[in-house]
Design a protein around this ligand. Structure first.
Ligand SMILES: [Zn+2]
Length: 596
């Protein structure tokens, strides 16, 4: 092998300083600290077991050491000198393209087919793309050209190198080779059981020797898949049987992504592993089932709600991921404007009455309810929830799940719940007259009731309650306030740029007068090219004051409620959306799709 250059911590630190990312003082400081660190790590490395295994994954790279100091980038307050920033500087200094690896864009076969796992792990190389016979590999060490050339010759490949951070590469290697290895091992086991060449034996074994959910390889494939989903902040995992294969997809920030295509014969064992974990009936494959899994990721409890339905080619599984960081938020950080937040908080402080949160599925109502209950929770109050089904299990609330199958309905639970001496009751959703009556009764007997309805805005909620048959005087007597809500995608701060709203767009939103500046994301590596990152809530809060109460009769029209609410200071969802657009939180397109 040709003698290769080696990157030292000292070289790297100088390079980063020359690129203008560090001050002279920072350089002096890190040289002292880095040297000490490097020699300590080196002696550990040589004396420890790692000398024998000689895997690069155990070795701490100069970029990692430098990143570990958490320095601020020169002239860029608040931005840290991360491993990515350092790697990008190193790439441009060595004339190599830098690649921020997006795991969702990788093809499992490309990653695992060309480079053997031990070689990839030892040398921190991952194949990221195959196009026209050329394999692009991401490497962590810019000076490993000779090694890559050897690989190219040995495997008869044409290889192009790009530089990526060591930790990104390691993560991909672990996820992809781990999942792949499990799937391949499981697949092999499944095929040896039928590919016997002996027809008699084949018939005997068929049906008995099929892979099961308890198979070690299936168990670890499912584990890899779940961890990968948590790591990518997926909200849903879909496992869909097709004619020949099985497709795994994730939903991230509201958008679906294809993740893996797995062999068809592994679909059933993977599904049965998930059904097992969620305590479903394994033998039942023709009826839809629901279950849940409680698991842990990065020291955080994560709740999974699993549902299965039979489709043409087998059972389709959807796993919803309930991340407590998303489901339980501080009301202050959800996107409220001050007027709406203080109004909503004033409802929560009342001892009794009904608070209604409305909006379509996926508008974040559950997050609002859980976060509200959490803010009210204390040792002095008894909180009971009635849900269908329980979204996320939380110890401080007493949660009751509706089970229609055994006759435990909303109605039957609510009829008995008052004997449990609650102070605050959360009713998952008011769908019918009975549930509405129970909510009213609970409010009249001194309880604070929080619930949701499927209506578009706050004024129409009153009409819906009248349609359900709740007498007008009882609505006036019990409902404290109504909040309608939506979620809009936030513009990615890393690729945000300004533009002017066109005349047509102004007309569509009925904005008149001057020209308006709005923002949008161009798409970058931080937002996977979507231009959006995270979501923000829009909240329209209607106070049930005397003017509104006086309107409520069986013959009142929606337009009249909306008109009076407007006069009383109601800021509509549409107005709030436009305000968020003009402040650069979200885009014109999001406003249109939300209000359209
Ligand atoms: Zn971006």
């Amino acid at each position: 092998m040709a003698e290769s250059k080696k990157l030292t911590f000292e070289n790297l630190a100088h390079l980063v300083e020359r690129r203008g990312l560090m001050t002279r003082e920072q350089l002096k400081d890190v040289l002292v600290r880095g040297k000490a660190q490097e020699s300590r790590l080196f002696s550990h490395h040589v004396s420890g077991v790692s000398r024998r295994t000689h895997s690069s994954s155990e070795y701490v790279s100069p970029a990692e050491i430098l990143a570990s100091f958490n320095l601020e980038i020169k002239d860029s307050p608040g931005n840290l000198l991360t491993e990515d920033v350092i790697t990008e500087a190193l790439a441009s200094a060595t004339g190599m393209p830098f690649l921020k690896i997006d795991p969702l864009k990788l093809d499992l076969r490309v990653v695992t087919d060309h480079i053997p796992r031990p070689f990839a792990l030892k040398n921190l190389i991952v194949a990221v793309e195959e196009s026209k016979g050329i394999i692009t590999v991401a490497v962590a060490d810019p000076f490993n050209e000779a090694l890559v050339n050897e690989l190219a010759t040995a495997r008869r490949l044409e290889i192009r190198r790009v530089l990526s951070s060591k930790n990104d590469i390691l993560k991909i290697l672990r996820e992809f080779y781990g999942f792949r290895a499990s799937v391949a091992a499981a697949e092999e086991e499944a095929s040896t059981s039928i590919d016997l060449g002996n027809l008699e034996q084949y018939f005997k074994l068929k049906g008995h020797q099929e892979l099961e959910g308890t198979d070690t390889h299936v168990v670890s494939a499912v584990e890899f898949l779940l961890n990968y989903a948590f790591d990518q902040h997926a909200s849903d995992i879909h496992i869909e049987p097709k004619r020949e294969t099985s497709l795994v997809r994730f939903r991230i920030d509201g958008v679906m992504h294809n993740i893996h295509i797995i062999p068809k014969q592994l679909h059933a064992p993977i599904v049965s592993r998930i059904k097992m974990l969620s305590r479903m009936d394994l033998a039942e494959k023709r009826r839809p089932q629901d279950g849940r899994i409680k698991t842990n990721f990065n020291n955080k409890d994560i709740e999974l709600r699993v549902s299965t339905v039979p489709v043409a080619f087998g059972e389709k599984v959807v796993v919803r991921v309930f991340d407590p960081d998303i489901l339980l938020q501080d009301l202050n950080s959800m996107g409220f404007y001050p007027r709406e937040l203080s109004l909503y908080n004033s409802f929560l402080r009342r001892p009794n009455g009904i608070i209604l949160v409305t909006g379509p599925t996926g508008s974040g109502k559950t997050t609002t309810l859980y976060s509200s209950l959490r803010s009210l929770s204390s040792p002095e109050v008894n909180i009971i929830t009635v849900e269908d089904p329980i979204e996320m299990v939380m110890e401080e609330f007493n949660q009751i799940g509706v089970q229609q199958g055994i006759g435990v309905s909303f109605d039957s639970i609510l009829r008995n719940i008052l004997r449990q001496d609650p102070d605050i009751i959360m009713i998952g959703e008011i769908r019918d007259r009975e549930t509405a009556d129970n909510a009213v009764q609970a409010a009249l007997t001194g309880h604070l009731v929080l619930s949701t309805l499927h209506t578009n805005d706050s004024p129409s909620t009153i009409i819906r309650l009248l349609d359900l048959g709740v007498p007008p005087f009882l609505i006036s007597a019990t409902v404290l306030g109504i909040m309608a809500q939506r979620l809009v995608r936030k513009i990615c701060p890393h690729c945000k740029k300004v533009r002017t709203l066109s005349q047509d767009e102004c007309d569509y939103l009925q904005l008149s007068g001057k020209s308006y500046a709005v923002w949008e994301g161009e798409g970058c590596k931080e937002c996977r090219g979507t231009g959006y990152k995270g979501r923000s809530g829009l909240f329209e809060v209607m106070d049930m004051n005397d003017k509104i109460k006086a309107l409520i009769t069986n013959s009142v029209e929606l337009a009249e409620v909306s008109r009076v609410a407007g006069l009383e200071g109601l800021v509509t969802l549409r107005e709030i959306a436009i305000q968020k657009m003009l402040e650069g939180v979200t885009t014109y397109e999001e406003v249109v799709s939300m209000t359209g």
